[in-house]
Each structure stands twice: as C-alpha cells, then as structure tokens.
Design a protein around this ligand. Structure first.
Ligand code: SF4
Ligand code: SF4
Length: 163
C-alpha cells in the first residue's frame, strides 16, 4: 500500500468541522477548504471523523495498470468509437429516450476508456495519448497548450514509468 493523503469533496462537505478538530497538523483548516497536501501525513483521522463521507484517503501513487494485449485494446477502441458516434447522434435528437441513450452511451464509453487503460492519469497510456494529441491535434480548436501543461504536471508526479 502506497502512502495516502486526504482529499475533501466540497460538494459533500456540510461544514460540521469535525475534521478541523481531529487533524493533528491543521492540514484540513485552509482558506480555500482544499486539504493542504504538504501538511497531510495521511493518518486518516479526518476521513474517519467526517459525518458526511466528504473525505477520502487517496494513494499518492496509483498501482500499476493492468496490461491488455494490442488486440483487446483495438477491439475496445472500435466499440468506443461506435459508442461515441451513437452518443453524438442521440445528442442531436429530441426527447427523453434520446437523452437516455446519450447518457447510456457516454457511461459505456467511460467504462471502455477505463478498461482500455486510459483512465489513470499517471499511466504511460494516458501520457502517450496526450503526446500523440499534442503532436497531431485532432482539430484546429484543440487546446494544445493546455495538453502540454497537463503533460508537464503529470511528469511532475514522478509516475511516468508506469505501464
Ligand atoms: S468533517 Fe467532513 S463535513 Fe465536516 S468540515 Fe470536515 S469535511 Fe466537511
Ligand atoms: S489524513 Fe490526518 S494529517 Fe491528513 S488531513 Fe486528515 S487528519 Fe490531517
């Protein structure tokens, strides 16, 4: 198990402030309500005390990704493309059924992306994909500068070597 740090979900936080009392380092008591990663020791007391389930302990380094063969990745990519196409068609149609199909396709596409190995931001797959987009932007409006900045930040996590 890698080291952990606490993350507060501001949407769930009801400001009961128990985490402020139990944190031994004051990491939960910040101006912007975001837990101070530099002061967090990962003890988990805040998460245990929070009555709203608003704090989760997150690993500093995610586990290495499960490997998939090129064939499996290619098959999942093909299904993903068809889901994206169906989502796009449903989005252009009126009615609640179309909206439900759009949402369903989106959720299935997200599952496929995760299974294909692109969901972990620290993974080599994710970095390779970003590099590919930067080198060959898919459209004129693609935010290349933002993608480059993201790549730089991911490199700063020290997790690049993960497969
Ligand atoms: S204990 Fe939970 S609900 Fe209360 S302030 Fe902390 S994070 Fe928010
Ligand atoms: S895990 Fe421990 S040190 Fe980190 S914010 Fe929570 S109580 Fe404070």
């Amino acid at each position: 198990m890698s080291e952990l740090f606490a993350v507060r979900n501001l949407r769930l936080c009801t400001k009961d402030c128990l985490c402020l009392y139990v944190c031994p380092t004051g990491a939960t008591d910040t101006e912007n309500s975001v837990i101070d990663v530099d002061r967090c020791t990962g003890c988990g007391q805040c998460a245990a005390a929070c009555p709203s389930g608003a704090i989760h302990m997150v690993p500093k380094v995610f586990p290495a990704q499960q490997e998939h063969s090129a064939l499996v990745i290619a098959a999942m990519s093909a299904v993903l493309r068809s889901k994206a196409e169906a989502e796009s068609i449903a989005a252009s149609l009126p009615g609640t059924l179309a909206a439900a199909i759009e949402k369903s396709c989106q959720i299935q596409a997200e599952d496929l992306i995760r299974e294909s190995g692109y969901m972990l931001p620290q993974s080599k797959n994710a970095s390779d994909f970003l590099r590919q987009l930067v080198a060959s932007p898919p459209s004129a409006t693609f935010p290349t500068a933002a993608a480059e900045k993201l790549l730089h930040l991911l490199a700063g996590t020290g997790a690049e070597p993960q497969a």
